[in-house]
Design a protein around this ligand. Sequence first.
Ligand code: FAD
Ligand code: MLT
Ligand code: ZN
Length: 470
Amino acid sequence: MSEVLNALRDIVGAKQVLIDADCQPFETDWRKRVTGKALCVVRPANTQEVADIVKACVRHGVSIVPQGGNTGMVVGAVPDASGEQVVLSLQRLHRIRHLDPANATITAEAGVILQQLQVAASEQGLLYPLSLGSQGSCTLGGNLSTNAGGTQVVRYGNTRELCLGLEVVTADGEIWQGLSGLRKDNTGYDLRDLFIGAEGTLGIITAATMKLFPKPRCQLTAWATVDSVQHAVRLLELARARLNAGLTGFEMMNQFSMSLVDKHFPERRVPLWREAPYCVLLELSDMESEDHARHSLEGLLEEAMGEGCVGNAIVAENLSQAQNLWLIRENITMAQANEGLNIKHDISLPVSAIADFCAHTDAALAREIPGVRLVNFGHLGDGNLHYNVQCPADVPHQVFLEREEARVNALVNNAVKQFHGSISAEHGIGSLKVDTLPKYKDPVALALMRRIKQALDPKGLLNPGRVIRV
Ligand code: FAD
Ligand code: MLT
Ligand code: ZN
């Protein structure tokens, strides 16, 4: 193993090859579900160094775990326990290479933090719409590799839909120059789409060209109580009809998830949460004026109240109130983490099936595991719920997980299948769900995925044990 370490030091310099205790910050996943042991963490500064690292690892038969901001939810970016894997951190590839206002694109390296991309676009009067609670630390490469979603997908799509071109280091250390800013290019198989969402199992993304959009003239945020999931879905239908492309966010959260924010972030002062079992956060972006936006949003809420699907509602009066409403929603993840270890399900369903799914699965969980608490929230506008499960109040978190995780997962995943949904909407598979996926994915699709993996990474050195086993 010292030979590969020396080879890596020759490429990036000794300072950028971390070993022993220096690797610790890279070895535990964000949710603290797994701690691995790396042979080393290598920190290249450019694409050529990434390519040379991959070649050196191939020569020595050492596997590579790419890592961006390590905010992933499914244990995909940390090494296994063998002490033999190289963690390839992309954080030093952090240059914005080019912003092209006329083409409405930005080309940046994989380690650029999402928030920096948003700021760079905004400084040019443009919008980079990807928006996640982790935006202060997740990276462009990680967003692409997980095909991240977030809170603006209802209008702008997920990361895949924002990407026009990629630069990728292949499993044998070649550099694929696919950084096109083209919106149309039908010259054969779409390689870009293979690497997006591949969670580092097919290649290392080193840079990308992403779409930008006009910045809306004004944004308004509303917070509404609803007494059932069915009514939240009805509100979504009304919002789509009235606001059309102006609807840029539609999130739902249940009372227990809001109570966790109230408990762990009391400074947020969660509004209306005691009044109803669910609240909806919705955002309207408008290209005309604030008056126009306010008129549309208030009209929508009046109509919804008239129909009886909204109980009470507020519209943020200013930017800081709007930001606070969004922070409440974004803080659910952290509040739930502060509360203790939990079971996450990142599921998607046809919007028309969500109310029935929740009624069915809420009841089944309550019946099977009395006292269990649901942290049910998420991107209802995309049909994507974070249908998370927290232990009963009197059972220690760790004990609950050891005893019940498999049973809870089977119950929820079987219900997802029954209602024609997906067991991973936006977080990916990682190692957490790698053995669950075959139970729920079409066997022909799995076989094709395995053949793609074997074709692109025949030695199996890129993030092995993630997404699919070969
Ligand atoms: P990492 O966690 O470092 O890596 C994720 C995966 O991508 C790993 O498999 C890794 O090996 C691979 N990878 C990373 N970089 C590269 C690269 N350059 N080339 C090849 N493979 C690579 N996700 C959502 O989709 N929507 C949300 O709303 C959302 N909100 C979140 C809120 C919080 C508070 C937190 C902590 C997480 C949230 N996430 C969300 C999950 C997470 O932030 C995203 O999955 C994000 O895209 C991961 O980016 P990262 O840079 O941290 O990637
Ligand atoms: C979110 O929407 O907040 C995230 O996807 C993170 C989570 O699931 O907790
Ligand atoms: Zn989410």
